[in-house]
Design a binder for this molecule. Sequence first.
Ligand SMILES: [Zn+2]
Length: 667
Amino acid sequence: MRFSRLSLTLPWLIGSQLLAATQPVAKAPSSDIPDRREFPVNENVNACENFYEYACSNAVSAFKLRDDRSSHTFSFSDSRERILDRKKSFLKDLGTKLSSKDGLPERGKLLATVYSACMNPEARAKEERAEVQKVTTELAAIKTRPEFLKFLAQKRDAAEPSFVDVGTAANQDKPEIYDFYFDADMQSLPERSYYLKTDVAGDFDKVLEKFFTTIGDKKASASAKAVLKLETEFAKVHPLPSEMRAIWTQRSSITKKDILAKYPSFDLKAALDKVPDTANIRHFIPETYAFTEKTLKTAKLEDLKAAYAYKALAPLMDDAYPEFFNARYAFNQKHLGAPKVRPVREERCTQMVMGSYNKELDEQVLPVMFPDFPQEKFIALAEKVRASIIDGVKTNQWLSDEGRKGAIEKMTKAKLQLVKPMTEEEWYFNPPVAVAIDKPIANAQALDQALQARMYTELSQTRNRDRWSMGPLTVNAYYSSTDNKFVMPIGILQYPFYDPSLPVEVNLGAVGAVIGHELGHGIDDQGSKFDGDGKLRQWMSEKDVEAFKSRGTKFVDQFTKIGHNGELTLGENIGDLTGVTFAYRAAFPEGKGTTEQKKAFFLQYARLWCGVELPKYSEQMLKTDPHSRGYARVNAQVKNQPAFAEAFSCKKTDPMVLKAEDIVKIW
Ligand SMILES: [Zn+2]
C-alpha cells in the first residue's frame, strides 16, 4: 500500500442545533446534527413486515443529506460530524496561534503548520504547477525503456507514486516480526466492472483526454485511449475485492533472487537491499505481477509514460487546474457517488490533517471532547460479550473437541484495547517530519518519505503489536487476526452505539452486537486459520471448517436475492449474525427477560444501520464493500434470529420470518 494521504470522506456538521421540544411535529427535513438523535419508530409500518422501515423511516425522512455528503449513517456519521466539527475549530484556532508571539508546543506547531499550508490555495497552486512541470519534463527527457524503469524505481524509493509499491505486513508464523511485500497497481477506477461498462469507460476517456490537454500533450486523444486500454487490461487480471480477502491469508513467499529474475522491470534491487535476508517476502498476486512485468516490458514507451503521468499528477491537480479538477469531479459524481458539491476548504484541510496526523490530532482533541468517560463500566460490558462468546462455544453442538478448545483459547487470549491508547507504544505516533507553512504538497511527501524510512528500519525490529491502527476519535472498531486483538476507540462509544445511562440490554443490542461481530471474526472460517497468538495455524478441524462454511452458505442466496454480492459480503454477514447472537445471549441469559426488553434490544440494533446514501455511492459500495448495506444488515439479519419474531409476535407468513429450514444458525 502507498502511505496514503487520501482524505477520508468523513462528513461534518454545520452546527449542532438542538431541536426545540415545543416545535410542531411536521418539520422540513434537516441536515443538523442534534446532540442526541431521536429515532421514533414508524407506527404505520408493521415491524414484522419491514423492520428497517419500522425502526428507521421516521429518522430518515426527517433528515436531509447535505449537498457535500455522499452518505450518512446516523450511528456513525452523527458522531463523525460532531468530532469533525470540534477538530475543525481546534485546527482553525491553532492556525491563528501559529502567528501569535506566544508560540505553540512542538506537536501543536506541526499540526498548525500542515493545516495552514493546506489552507493556502496560492501556495498549493504554485506547488501543483511546479510538480506538473517537473514530472512532464522528467518524462519528456526519457528516451529509452531502461531509463523509464529506472525512473519508476527512483520514484518508488522516494515514496512517490510508482506502478510497483512496497509495504510490510505481520509474518504469518511469527507475528512479532514483519514480512516485506510488493504490490502492483495500474488502475485508477475502483474495480474491474467500471472499465467494462461502456458509458463509464467513455466518460473516463474524456477525463483522461482533458488531463492530457491540460498538461500540454499534443496527442491528448491518443494518450487518453492508450491509458484507458492499459488500465482496462490491468483491471481484467487484478483480483476483485471479494478475492483479496482470501489472498491475504494465504501463505506466499519468494526469494530476492527470484524477484529480480522474474520481474526485472520492477527494478526492486535498491528496495530489496534494505530488506534483511531473514525477512519473508510475500508473493501474493503473481498474475498481477506477471501482467505488470509484461506490460512494462512490451507496451509502447509513450503509453507507459502517459499512464504514469496520469497516475502521479491527476490526484494532485486541484487549485491550479480548476477545469481539469472539475471534469474529474463531475466524473466521480456521475459514476462513483461523489457528493453534489465538495466540502469547503476548511473541512478538506481538517480531513487532510486527520488522514496524515490522525493520532497527533486526536491526542490533542480527546481530553477536551470526552473529559469523563466511564471507562470501567464500558470495559465490563465488553467483557460480558466476551464471556457470552466463550459460553456459546462451550455449549456448541457441532464443533469437534479440538475446534471447541481452540475457539475458547482464542477468545480467552484475545486482547481488548478499549477507549484510548494508554502507552507511547499503543499511540505509535508518526516519525518526526520537517514541515513548512507554504509547502502543502512537499509536507505530504516528507511524511510519506519518513513513513517509508521507518518501515524499512522496522523490518529488522520486533513488530509493535500494541499499536493502535486508528486514532481514539475514530468512529469505528476493528479486530486484527494477526494480533488476536479487538480495538474499540472512544469515538464510536456514543449514542446510539453506547450510552452509559441506558439499560444494559439496550447497549448490548448496539455496541454489544458490534463487539460480538468483531470478536466473532476471530472464530469464523477466516479466523479459524489464525490461532490465539496470531499465527497462521488452523485450529479447527477440516470438518469444522466445512461445517462452518456450509452453515453460512444460505446467506449467499439470501443476500444475492436482495441485490447484494452474496460471496463478497458473506464473511461480514456471518459477523453480524454472530454479533447479534452473542449479544442477545449476553443480554438475556437462558432467554430471561421481558418482551419489552427484547424489543428494545433489536430496535437498538436496527438503529445502528439507519441512514441515507446517494444511489451511485450505494452502487459502488455494493461492488466493493464486504459489508452489506444498512437495510440489509437489519432486515436480512433479524430474519435469522428466531428471538426477533418471538419478541415482536410475528406470524409465520410475515416477511421478517424465515422458514425454520432456511434460517442460518452458526452459534
Ligand atoms: Zn467485520
